[in-house]
Design a protein. Structure first.
Lengths: 311, 86
């Protein structure tokens, strides 16, 4: 029930502070109910993991996979879990550091393997289903590894929100029999962040961090050099104190998206940012005036009749 | 990309700026020729962000400023010569 509706319902009989207290109580009850629902989904996740028995987990060091690996170790024991990170030029070093740190700190058995998606022309051509080709490589290797180690299932960190998007990577996962326990338990990203915080995971408020290839618009070939340019530029911008941002590769130009709240600071630091990103090998540095949007490279082109606007 | 002449897209985007009371130019950049680069004497990010939807409607995916040019203009705007002219 929206707050204003609550207010209208209580106001005929109560006024002022009494009305505020009533609204506050209803808000608390609503939040308590939501928290209970989240914990029910968490319990469902634990039950599901126990049912699986043992697991090889795709482990990127992101919010979802760190949470999944941590819960799996608790539910199954460390000898029945292996968290595997696929290393390639598209995987950011900063993410690798998080993956290693969390594995060490929380007793998650961790293995790094090399993946080779950049030798696949279907991937480097950077089509709209690029993720399908990458995940086919990753999950293929993890499926073989799980069989070799006697682990019953391969799991990924897809969550309930991911099911609302078109995700070619999830198609590859399904084709190879990979399961998504977070999604199956109905846990959303917000649930996972809240539960990660309760578990003391440092990733609970970590910005999402897809692979570096996601910074290239579809059709612009994925090359090692371009990925290094993006990684270096993002490292430079991060060093300036920006936390949620992307450097998008547009050929000779970099287009930077910072969190909308950081736009005034980015405007004030224009020359510093320009110099930093220029050092990464971009001849031109552009700042997006709308700021960071998840999936901005998937935004459709908007076209309206220009005749009305012509003078 | 759009089937529309780039000059038309630039003209339409400049009209957006002019209607908002800004003097400036717009150029096209990017691998997909879908990035508008706005050159205008406007230092308020909120104001530029507010104009972005109308500029995008002229046939762009993204609306940007060029940081090097912006820094030059900002420094110029604060220079003694510029202040004296004003």
């Amino acid at each position: 029930m929206p707050d204003d509706a609550v207010g209208r319902a209580c106001c005929p009989m109560t006024t002022g502070l009494a009305c505020v207290a009533s609204k506050e109580r209803q808000r608390e009850e609503r939040e308590r109910g939501m928290a209970e629902a989240v914990h029910e989904r968490f319990d469902a996740l634990v039950a599901l993991l126990r049912g699986v028995g043992s697991a090889c987990i795709g482990y990127s060091g992101g919010v979802d996979s760190v949470f999944l690996a941590r819960v799996a170790v608790d539910a199954l024991g460390p000898d029945r879990v292996l968290a595997v990170t696929g290393l390639s030029e598209a995987y950011p070093q900063v993410q690798r550091n998080v993956a290693r740190e969390c594995a060490g700190r929380f007793g998650i058995p961790h293995l790094e393997i090399q993946t080779d998606e950049l030798s696949d022309p279907s991937y480097t051509a950077n089509p709209r289903n690029r993720c399908y080709h990458c995940k086919t490589e990753l999950w293929g290797k993890l499926t073989a590894l799980a069989a070799e180690r006697g682990l019953a299932a391969v799991l990924d960190g897809s969550n309930a929100d991911d099911a609302r998007d078109v995700r070619p990577g999830m198609v590859a996962a399904r084709e190879l029999g990979v399961r998504s326990p977070l999604l199956e338990a109905g846990l959303t990203k917000a649930d996972i962040r809240a539960l990660s915080r309760e578990l003391g995971l440092p990733t609970w408020d970590q910005p999402s961090s897809p692979c570096l290839s996601s910074r290239l618009p579809y059709g612009l070939a994925v090359t090692t050099e371009r990925l290094r340019q993006v990684e270096r530029a993002e490292s430079e911008v991060r060093a300036l104190g920006f936390r949620e941002f992307r450097v998008r590769h547009h050929g000779d130009a970099a287009r930077i998206e910072v969190a909308p709240a950081d736009l005034p600071r980015a405007f004030r630091s224009a020359s510093t940012i320009e110099a930093a990103v220029h050092r990464a090998g971009f001849s031109r540095v552009l700042l997006d005036v709308e700021g960071y949007r998840s999936g901005a490279l998937n935004e459709p082109l908007q076209l309206v009749s220009l005749t009305a606007g012509k003078r | 990309m759009t089937g529309r002449d780039e000059a038309d897209r630039i003209r339409a985007a400049r009209t957006v700026l002019r209607d908002a009371g800004l003097e400036g130019t717009v150029e096209i950049a990017g691998h997909g020729r879908d990035v508008a680069v706005v050159h205008a004497d406007e230092t308020d990010p909120l104001r530029l962000a507010a104009l972005a939807p109308a500029i995008k409607a002229a046939g762009f995916r993204y609306v940007t400023i060029d940081l090097a040019a912006f820094a030059d203009r900002s420094n110029g705007a604060m220079s003694p010569e510029r202040r004296a002219d004003a």
